[in-house]
Design a protein around this ligand. Structure first.
Ligand SMILES: Cc1cc2nc3c(=O)[nH]c(=O)nc-3n(C[C@H](O)[C@H](O)[C@H](O)COP(=O)(O)OP(=O)(O)OC[C@H]3O[C@@H](n4cnc5c(N)ncnc54)[C@H](O)[C@@H]3O)c2cc1C
Length: 397
């Protein structure tokens, strides 16, 4: 395994749970996650069950009552999905919607990996390229070291070296959208702005998301805006002045929350066009290396964990014939990942609409005048995503 992020650790764990020995090579000096919140759909809780992680996840996660979209100009509520409702849980086989600190999710995975004897974790090992020798692979690490193994999974993220070698499809697409993120302690959030909801304030070419984290001890803020000033950037300090200018015409609730933060970390948001094939022989890709997506459906890590569970299942079903298992895995995953990748772009356009398009959005999404307030909520619009996947139990037919 190359890369010890959420995808790489989930895949190592999924393979080890099926009895396979795995070595994970991570370029960093330690295994850690930067960043703040991660939303967890019912689809990924199904995977946590399969990986026997649900109890550990529940020690940190928060279950919001609603996902709410607000118009950041008028302050009107555009749409609300009652994810805390009993009906939501029933609709998705008992699985809930959650939010978790990225570091907590990563730590849960890391602890589970450390508890597996079959997993060897190595830091300060940067992969450069891989050779497929037919009956095994040879991973070339920076500094000249070579490591032999049965197969290689490139879980090395957006700027994947393994992808560059397999697909040679250039750099990721810079979306022109920038995310600034910060985390506030609960005590610093004014009471009237604290909600047990995932709230998205949609403004012209901007949005702000906030939700509680870590059993409600923290408040996660992510502010996104369009800018062509940045080409690349990851976890570097953001320019608060630029941020305030971008949100200058928005609701006081938005500006009061932005005012609470002095130091922002910045991400330049990138994705790629979906591709049909990303495996070659005994080498494949997983997570952001395979299908980087904008975060507007909050599913990149969820998809990486689904990838991990499916890949491990097929590896075992194939009798550990990795070349065959990787083809099955790719066939099983590419359309769902591509749907999330492309839908996420579309959601970005909806969130950032301006002018008449913004009005159309609000009109289109609002419950109609004849909406029955007593009617049961419907979750069919998100069912394709949140119903999740079946874990393979046999070779594809
Ligand atoms: C602002 C923002 C909000 C998001 N919110 C959500 C959300 O709510 N829900 C959700 O599901 N997803 C969300 N995502 C997406 C999610 O963060 C990613 O999809 C997920 O972290 C991808 O995990 P990964 O393991 O594939 O890649 P990464 O997390 O990038 O991990 C790659 C790992 O590989 C290592 N590495 C890289 N190159 C090498 C090399 N050559 N050799 C060795 N090691 C290497 C890196 O150091 C890193 O540890 C969000 C993303 C952003 C930017």
């Amino acid at each position: 395994m190359l890369g010890g992020g959420i995808g790489g650790l989930a895949a190592a764990l999924a393979l080890a749970r099926r009895g396979r020995a795995v070595r994970v090579f991570e370029q960093g000096a330690e295994f850690k996650e930067i960043g703040a919140g991660i939303q967890l759909g019912p689809n990924v809780y199904r995977m946590f069950d399969a990986l026997r992680l649900t109890a550990a996840i529940e020690r940190y996660s928060v279950h919001p009552d609603n996902l709410v979209m607000m118009d950041a100009i008028t302050g009107e509520e555009v749409i609300r999905l009652h994810v805390g409702a009993a009906e939501f849980r029933q609709r998705f086989d008992g699985y809930r919607y959650g939010v978790i600190h990225r570091g907590d999710l990563h730590q849960v995975l890391l602890d589970a990996c450390r508890a597996e004897r079959a997993i060897e974790l190595q830091t300060l090992k940067k992969g450069e390229r891989v050779e497929d020798l037919g009956d095994r692979v040879l991973l070339h690490l920076e500094g000249g070291e070579r490591v032999a193994g049965c197969a290689l999974i490139g879980a090395d993220g957006l700027w994947s070296r393994i992808r560059a070698q397999l697909l040679a499809d250039g750099k990721p697409r810079v979306s022109g959208h920038i995310a600034y993120r910060a985390v506030l302690p609960r005590a610093e959030v004014p009471d009237d702005l604290w909600q047990n909801n995932v709230v998205l304030w949609a403004g012209p070419k901007t949005h702000l998301v906030h939700y509680p984290l870590r059993r409600g001890e923290l408040y996660n803020l992510v502010a996104v805006f369009h800018s062509d000033r940045y080409e690349e950037g990851w976890d570097v300090f953001g320019d608060a002045g630029e941020l305030h200018r971008k949100f200058a015409h928005e609701r006081p609730e938005v500006k009061r929350l932005l005012d609470k933060i002095n130091v922002w970390k910045m991400w330049v948001l990138c994705d790629r066009e979906p591709v049909r094939h990303y495996s070659q022989g005994r080498v494949t890709l997983l997570g952001d290396a395979a299908h980087p997506m904008l975060q507007y459906l909050a599913q990149g890590a969820n998809m990486a964990i689904e990838d991990a569970v499916v890949l491990a299942a097929y590896a075992e079903i194939s009798g550990w014939d990795f070349a065959r298992a990787f083809r099955w895995y790719e066939d099983a995953r590419y359309l769902r990942n591509a749907r999330v990748q492309t839908t996420a772009r579309y959601y970005g356009d909806i969130y950032h609409a301006s002018g008449v398009v913004r009005e159309v959005r609000n009109w289109f999404l609002a419950p109609g005048p004849k909406a029955d307030p007593g009617a049961k909520p419907s979750f069919e619009g998100v069912a394709w995503l949140y119903e999740g996947i079946r874990i393979p139990t046999a070779a594809p037919g």
